[in-house]
Design a protein. Structure first.
Ligand code: B12
Ligand code: SF4
Length: 495
């Protein structure tokens, strides 16, 4: 007679932990990766508890929770390492049977090293099947079940087991909507001053910028995958209506990679008469026609990974673009009244007085509406990281400094002729140039007179009567901060 193996299900409390800290965070959104995990678990009969400590510096929520026999899921980037240590210490001190799982960029790229660094029980690399993992922890023979789950590594009887890599999902339309509602979204709205969520409509990026790749390839595979325009707009419609959003921020690595798809998404938004404002991050090189559609569909701001105005630097970092394309794209945006944000960075291999001056010359032409100036940072898992390891250039592996927006990043590595102090000086210099050349008030005024924008806002107000007040508050905040921009809201550093 055939023997049937019966899974013995024991309910273990599951905690999804978002370890970010508003005081060291640039950009502020409920975490999408964890929201996707949350929805997959809920759709499969689990009842995860979300613990978002982003506004809880002292980690009071965790300290006050009764923790026993729990399974804890944490997602983190390198810069959050210190905080994750603290969180894990609290969990371990309160719950002797805790099972702590790590995923997201840092564990994915550091792999087995993360076991020693953080004392995790399991590491998920990239797009894993969370339900399979959780099922394994709810059966009598956990390790037997875990051995079948792709994309994880774990310790069994003190020995490291590395399973084969996860297969990437073929069809992104089949993923359930991210369960963002379980995160304190109203707190996020409150601190930002407007009702914004971020969504992601594609996974991966085929480019090979040295400071970014191959992290994305490791997380999401080499092939870029897209949600269909219909699914994208279904998701937009759901969140706009349910949460009465003012703004959506599309956080795809490069939202407009497939330009025809962007046109199709815009047409769908326009046809369905969904009114909201949106922004996205993408590369330069968009056709004017695409930008026209984007504008009509409510896009008011595009964040471009410009990095430098020196072709030498663009080539060194494998940006695969040209200064001419940057200038052209910014020109189109200005003509169409789309605001622009320019991500800039300095301190690359080959950076010199000459390349900084070339960047200054470009800034005088592109005049971005808002900007951030980062410092070349070798995030682990990038080509840049490998290169500096080989060349023995690393000065500091203190993960808390790994945020390219902050001045401390100057102390991680010396790639150029500039010392850390000189780099900070150059950063300030570029910022002062930007303050002189930009025309944010003019850009805003033009936008406030733009027919498409005004029509869109008028429709949004019908749904969201609180919007005018929020816009007034935002405008005064914007003016008080001399128009530095909307995107970054760190109340501590003001970064
Ligand atoms: C959007 C984004 C942001 C947004 C986040 C918005 C949001 N709603 O989450 C904002 C602007 C806040 C942001 C900020 C920063 N970011 Co960012 N960001 C991204 C970006 C482009 C997409 C992230 C995302 O949403 N992915 C989609 C979700 C579905 O994927 P995911 O999070 O990886 O989760 C999946 C799996 O990994 C897995 N998983 C994830 N966690 C876990 C946990 C467990 C337990 C398990 C089992 C599985 C699992 O399941 C998920 C579904 O499959 C990534 C690049 C990328 N493509 O990932 C960079 C990226 C994550 N960011 C990066 C950096 C450097 C930063 C900043 C330091 C930069 C800055 N100063 O602004 C800050 C740090 C913020 C912080 N506190 O961590 C780096 C991280 C590098 C590193 N080694 O850590 C990345 C990889 C970009 C890069 N190539 O350099 N970022
Ligand atoms: S920096 Fe942008 S274009 Fe370059 S690899 Fe990363 S996401 Fe792609």
């Amino acid at each position: 007679m055939e023997t049937v193996q019966i899974k013995i299900k024991k309910e273990r409390p599951i905690f999804i932990i978002h370890p970010a800290d508003v005081y060291v965070q640039g950009g502020l959104h409920p975490p999408l990766g964890l929201a996707y995990i949350n929805s997959s678990l809920k759709n499969n009969g689990y009842k995860p508890n979300v613990v978002d400590v982003v506004f809880d510096r002292e980690l009071k929520q965790l300290k006050e929770l009764e923790l026993d026999n729990g399974i804890y899921l944490i997602s983190f980037s390198t810069v959050l390492s210190d905080r994750v240590h603290k969180i894990i210490d609290i969990i371990r001190s309160k719950d002797k049977n805790a099972v702590i799982l790590g995923g997201g960029p840092h564990p994915t790229v550091r792999k087995e090293k993360t076991f020693d660094e953080f004392g995790l029980d399991l590491i998920a690399m990239g797009e894993v099947n969370i339900v399979d993992i959780m099922d394994a922890y709810h059966t009598s023979d956990t390790y037997g079940e875990l051995s079948k789950v792709k994309g994880v590594m774990y310790k069994q009887d003190g020995k490291l087991v590395i399973n084969e890599p996860a297969e990437y999902l073929d069809n992104l339309d089949n993923i359930p909507l991210p369960s963002l509602e379980d995160f304190p979204i109203y707190e996020y709205f409150k601190i930002k001053g407007y009702r914004e969520l971020s969504l992601i409509t594609s996974r991966g990026c085929p480019y090979r910028c040295t400071f970014c790749q191959p992290i994305l390839n490791n997380l999401f595979g080499k092939k870029i995958r897209f949600q269909s325009p219909k699914r994208v707009v279904d998701e937009i419609e759901y969140f706009v209506n349910k949460l009465k959003l003012d703004v959506i921020s599309f956080n795809d690595d490069t939202f407009a990679f497939h330009q025809q798809r962007v046109i199709d998404i815009c047409k769908e938004i326009i046809d369905r008469k969904i009114h909201f404002l949106w922004r996205c991050q993408t590369r330069v090189g968009l056709r004017r026609e695409v930008l026209e559609y984007m504008k009509k569909a409510g896009c008011f701001l595009i964040e471009f990974g410009v990095e430098s105005g020196s072709q030498t630097i663009l080539d060194n970092i494998h940006k695969d673009t040209t200064v001419e394309k940057i200038i052209e794209t910014f020109k189109y945006c200005r003509e169409l009244n789309i605001l622009t944000h320019s991500f800039l960075s300095i301190g690359w291999l080959g950076e010199s007085e000459k390349t900084i001056n070339e960047t200054v010359e470009m800034l005088k032409i592109i005049k971005p509406f808002s900007y951030s100036v980062g410092i070349a940072t070798p995030y682990p898992g990038t080509y840049l990281w490998d290169e500096i390891q080989e060349k023995g250039l690393l000065i500091n592996a203190d993960w808390s400094k790994y945020d390219h927006i902050l001045d401390d990043a100057s102390k991680i590595v010396r790639l150029s002729e500039f010392s850390p102090e000189q780099l900070i000086e150059k950063k300030r210099y570029l910022e002062s140039v930007l303050r002189k050349v930009r025309q944010p008030k003019r850009d805003m005024l033009k936008l406030l007179h733009d027919k498409d924008f005004l029509m869109n806002v008028a429709h949004i107000i019908k749904n969201n009567p609180g919007l005018p007040l929020r816009m007034m508050k935002l405008t005064s905040r914007f003016l008080a901060r001399k128009g530095k921009g909307f995107t970054v809201i760190n109340p501590d550093s003001g970064a």
